[in-house]
Design a protein around this ligand. Structure first.
Ligand SMILES: [Zn+2]
Length: 497
């Protein structure tokens, strides 16, 4: 990049041309598209759905809104627009609305250019400073958003109140020549929406009855919950009309994508000597809990279940395993499926309950979700595998008093006598010669899977034992019926991938 100009004269001679912000973003996007660059890095699972619509909206120079439930990467997408801005743009130094030295808006900057001419010093503004974000709440005022006029300042300077020199700028003018993002747009009071619309449409606005003219150059982007947005009377029609594109976001469509997002976001690489090794089936079950929650009628669909649920769940799962490893002096931290129950504090706060769910209680709802998730993952992995040898061991009176605090060596030792168990762990991906914590985790998965399928039972005192209702071995047909019973709550076979 050529050296940056220091004065207005340098800038003019360099041939620099300023562009409206939407044009600038469009130009930079076109470059990235031509170069085949990855757009919106870190946004996973939207390549065939959201990203093409975003690209089209930007190419069309639209203001746009992302409609989606919480935890669908809406804010991340909006913040990524910064990468589409020029790295730096020239500004009049000290101007609160980042005036363009070649075409200043405010009276003060116009006066400076007129008196100082080509000798006027200019400054360069980094793109990070050109993104302004505001969470809409009902108490946001016109003064917050657009600005206020200061009658004392006007009186002292002998100015007319409608003169813009008397203005305290709000967030929108301060986003001039940049991107202004408003989260949860429907929560903004109607008259503020009118103010936004006027400034977008006409470049003028009335504050305390005085008309103020500000021809701002802003790309406006918004987010909203889809139901709030479409509810009658929540958004004033003229503003809705000015939003060029409505783009729907969604939760990960596959468990595979969900795992990739959580892998990127969760803090699982712990500093220290202990190495963390997370088995695939633990990752699968953690994601499946969220899939089950999103499909559960005890949970409010309108507020959704954020992807932050599996992210924080996995962090607690790793921590529970870390705690066990430290106490048992184990060298490697290997989470178990049963550690997910220790993550209840990260699950219960991530959903809103329907009436039926409230009757059952958040903790019990979460436990049901975990058990159903284990059942779904286990059934998917053990489809057609004969587990009867292991189940028989329990039916004949065997029991295993295991807990999430039981050290790995003890889990492995105490399950040695259970015929057929090692074969089943191989099915769960266990390789020979794996260290004890890895073996223990695979054993735990098989036992939790059989418990989820109701083939064995589990309680506080006795640990795992025979299923209460079934001392005799179930027939094949009954087994299939049980498998189906586990599958029904989600009703979504598409998650098997
Ligand atoms: Zn200015």
């Amino acid at each position: 990049m050529a050296a940056l100009s220091h004065t207005l004269g340098d800038l003019r001679r360099s041939g620099y041309r300023s562009r409206p912000v939407k044009q600038e973003i469009r130009d930079n996007l076109v470059c990235k598209l031509k170069a085949g660059e990855k757009l919106f890095p870190g946004v996973i699972g939207y390549d065939d759905s959201v990203v093409p619509q975003l690209v089209n909206a930007i190419l069309s120079r639209h203001n746009f809104i992302l409609l989606g439930l919480r935890g669908q990467a809406k804010s991340r997408i909006l913040r990524a627009l910064v990468d589409l801005l020029d790295e730096q743009i020239p500004v009049v130094p000290g101007c609160e609305i980042h005036d363009d030295p070649l075409a200043p808006l405010c009276a003060a900057c116009r006066a400076r250019v007129a008196t100082e001419g080509d000798d006027m010093l200019i400054a360069w503004l980094n793109r990070d400073a050109r993104y302004v974000e505001k969470l809409a709440t009902p108490d946001v005022t016109i003064a917050d958003m657009l600005g206020d006029i200061d009658p004392i300042r006007a009186a002292q300077a002998g100015l007319n109140l409608s003169d813009e020199l008397t203005m305290h700028y709000g967030l929108l003018p301060r986003a001039n020549r940049g991107v202004f993002a408003i989260n949860e747009l429907p929560d903004l009071a109607g008259k503020i929406q009118v103010g936004l619309f006027n400034i977008l449409q006409e470049g003028d606005v009335q504050i305390k009855g005085y008309p103020i003219r500000l021809k701002l150059d802003v790309m406006m982007v918004f987010t909203a919950n889809p139901e709030d947005y479409t509810a009658r009377g929540k958004i004033i029609t003229p503003l809705k009309d000015r939003i060029g594109s409505e783009i729907r976001t969604h939760y990960p469509a596959t468990r595979h994508n969900a795992i990739a997002i959580t892998r990127q976001e969760a803090w699982t690489e712990r500093p220290g000597e202990l190495k963390v090794e997370i088995p695939d089936f633990v990752r699968e079950v953690v994601e499946e809990v969220a899939f089950q929650a999103r499909a559960d009628r005890k949970i409010d669909k309108r507020s959704g279940v954020s992807q932050r649920m599996p992210i924080t769940t996995l962090e607690l799962v790793v921590s529970n395993a870390e705690r066990r490893a430290l106490a048992a002096n184990e060298r490697v931290v290997v989470p178990r499926v049963s550690d997910i129950y220790a993550a209840l504090p990260s699950i219960t706060g991530k959903f809103e309950l329907e009436y039926e769910g409230e009757l059952r209680g958040a903790e019990q709802v979460a436990r049901d979700l975990i058990r159903a998730a284990v059942g779904t993952v286990f059934t998917g992995m053990f489809d057609g595998v004969d587990t009867r040898t292991v189940v028989e061991w329990f039916d004949l009176g065997g029991s295993l008093p295991l807990a999430d605090t039981t050290p790995a060596e003890e889990v492995v030792g105490s399950t040695h006598a259970v015929q057929g168990l090692r074969e089943l762990t191989e099915r769960a991906g266990l390789r020979s010669g794996a260290p004890a914590p890895v073996v223990a985790s695979a054993i735990d998965f098989v036992l939790e899977g059989l418990y989820a399928q109701k083939k064995i039972s589990r309680n506080e005192e006795r640990g795992y034992s025979a299923a209460e209702s079934a001392p005799r071995r179930p027939t094949r047909r009954e087994e299939q019926a049980m498998d189906e019973e586990i599958r029904i709550p989600s009703g979504k076979k598409k998650y098997y991938n």
